[in-house]
Design a protein around this ligand. Structure first.
Ligand SMILES: Cc1cc2nc3c(=O)[nH]c(=O)nc-3n(C[C@H](O)[C@H](O)[C@H](O)COP(=O)(O)OP(=O)(O)OC[C@H]3O[C@@H](n4cnc5c(N)ncnc54)[C@H](O)[C@@H]3O)c2cc1C
Ligand code: SF4
Length: 523
């Protein structure tokens, strides 16, 4: 059980108020290099943050617990901290009102904060700082490899916004996995070696789980009536909520999972919820861990045991962090706020209710959604090629899709959620984050998983009551978006196959797809 000592009642000792947001738990930040008794650090649990989406209960508890641990740690290091809990009577439930209260109470002379990663909070804090009569100062979070506007500047005079180009630039700029000017291992990208299914009797290492008690945080959320989703055992909460645990998880990953990370990066299995994935996204997105130290730890493990960790495993992992993670953040700041309105295909269908329960006959979706509700986690390919793929094929409104992804995952923060969801998975950005939509039929899902083995539907059929819905929806998607996609050179093969198909077959497939679209809730 955590005990936070509230120092906020001591009068008028502080000159500076420093706001620490829930995803700014970076103990390595230069703010904390020296103790200064005139600085008051403030962390707060507020309704504006708990209520903007339906968060998974594990996500809400993880953030609150990690914030409390961070506040305690700061205090142990000799800093002055006030921690406002959700149910504190003086909690005004918004950043502005709580900061106003603290500034008044302590006769604060300067307000300081770190750049938020979310557009929404950036706007809130800019507006708040503007209205203050005292001076304000903004700091970088000192977390990412690149600055907010770095990607925009890098691509300013170039054609397109290709992730690969930015990733290579990051590798060169930060001297990561290079032999002189050449990429280590002779190639920049080892993706083609990284697409294996789990062999039949292969058992990955179990995920490293911690034994945290988040009962207090859970009770506060429930008593306040915050609407959440998903399951939790508050007495046995297994996500890392402090630096010691996050470092332990990192070590577990580099020692045991990294050697097969790349090989099984795209694999999915009904009995395994994380396979060889790192599960470090919450620790990184809350800034408990820095991407730099994660990358360095992976490289150090490879250097110490190059026979055990092949370059394709390492490069596959580095690409996710130095490539995709930095790239998505850069795109976010380049394209917001317009990005959150994009709807290239003008999709308007409602998200089926079973996205909130997992109660569907489609085994791949049942498992991917079920484990998301159970663990607040699904790995990348489940998010992209199962839940995302289906929503795209079914023409779901990207607002609904975003709302779901932003709530359900432990790591979901808008800068990385929306770029992945609305961009990469829904192609609602019309091709900013990807050169073609990520769509697949049962063929792909069967190739990468065992989901189809016990499914109600037949993966090999395109028509008939028991035909896998992905198969007809796949063709229907390409047929109905012909005007927008046919010219895409990466899709020419798809359209060639479609045109070559016998017209009766095409008609039957479209009929089956229409049935599926009209009965989404029943699939
Ligand atoms: C539709 C969709 C929504 C997503 N929403 C989020 C989200 O809200 N928050 C989030 O952190 N990631 C999101 N991702 C990216 C990715 O799925 C998760 O980062 C990853 O599954 C987290 O699990 P892990 O730590 O085990 O990752 P691993 O597979 O072990 O990868 C290691 C790390 O690489 C980074 N990474 C990998 N892929 C991406 C990516 N595409 N974009 C950014 N970083 C990446 C993450 O920090 C991750 O922790 C989303 C992907 C899709 C397709
Ligand atoms: S048959 Fe179709 S619905 Fe069933 S698991 Fe395979 S891809 Fe999913």
């Amino acid at each position: 059980m955590l005990l936070i000592v509230l120092l906020s009642h001591m009068e008028n000792e502080y000159k500076v108020l420093r706001l620490v947001l829930g995803d700014q738990l970076n103990m390595q930040h230069s703010w904390y290099a020296d103790q200064d008794p005139s600085i008051l650090y403030a962390l707060m649990e507020i309704r504006t943050e708990t209520d903007y989406v339906w968060h998974h209960i594990q996500k809400a508890c993880a953030f609150f617990a990690a914030m409390e641990q961070f506040a305690m740690h700061l205090q142990d290091k000799g800093h002055q901290v006030t921690y406002i809990k959700l149910n504190d009577p003086f909690n005004q439930q918004s950043i502005a009102a709580n900061c106003d209260g603290l500034i008044q109470q302590h006769h604060i002379e300067r307000f300081e904060y770190q750049l938020p990663d979310e557009y929404r909070l950036d706007e809130t804090l800019k507006a708040y700082a503007k209205h203050l009569a005292i001076s304000t100062q903004v700091y970088d979070t000192e977390h990412f490899f690149s600055n907010r506007d770095e990607l925009g500047l890098f691509f300013a005079n170039k054609k397109g916004l290709l992730m690969e180009t930015f990733y290579r630039e990051m590798r060169k700029k930060h001297d990561i996995l290079l032999n002189g000017k050449e990429p280590a291992g002779g190639k920049w990208n080892f993706d083609e070696q990284n697409r294996h299914k789990l062999p039949k009797h292969h058992k990955p290492y179990p995920p490293l789980l911690f034994d945290n008690n988040v009962r207090a945080q859970y009770d506060r959320l429930v008593q306040a009536g915050v609407k959440t989703i998903g399951n939790i055992n508050p007495e046995n909460f297994y996500w890392p909520i402090n630096r010691v645990q996050a470092l332990e998880l990192l070590h577990y990953f580099t020692e045991l999972c990294l050697p097969l990370f790349g090989t099984f990066q795209d694999a999915m299995h009904t009995d395994e919820w994380s396979i060889y994935h790192a599960r470090l996204s919450f620790a990184m997105n809350s800034k408990i861990l820095s991407p730099r130290e994660v990358v360095q730890a992976a490289i150090a493990a490879w250097q110490a045991a190059p026979d055990r960790i092949a370059i394709n495993q390492l490069e596959g992992f580095i690409r996710q962090i130095l490539g995709w993670r930095e790239y998505m953040r850069g795109i976010y700041w380049l394209k917001m706020p317009a990005f959150e309105e994009l709807n290239y295909f003008e999709n308007s269908r409602k998200l089926p209710d079973w996205y909130w329960t997992g109660k569907t006959k489609m085994n791949c979706l049942k498992h991917s959604i079920g484990q998301s509700l159970e663990h607040a986690y699904a790995h990348h390919v489940q998010r992209l090629m199962i839940t995302g793929n289906f929503a795209l094929l079914a023409g779901i409104n990207p607002d609904d899709v975003d709302f779901w992804y932003l709530g359900i995952y432990i790591d979901a923060i808008q800068w990385v959620e929306i770029t992945n969801t609305r961009g990469m998975s829904q192609f609602a950005d019309g091709g900013i984050t990807g050169s073609k939509p990520y769509t697949a039929s049962a063929n792909y899902i069967h190739k990468q998983s065992n989901y189809c083995e016990n499914c109600h539907y037949d993966r090999s059929k395109r028509i008939g009551d028991d035909a896998c819905p992905f198969n007809s929806l796949y063709w229907n998607f390409h047929d109905r978006h012909r005007d927008k996609l046919q010219q895409n050179p990466r899709l020419s093969m798809v359209y060639r196959l479609w045109v070559k198909m016998n017209p009766q077959d095409r008609e039957a497939i479209l009929l089956r797809a229409n049935y599926c679209l009209e009965h989404l809730e029943k699939l």
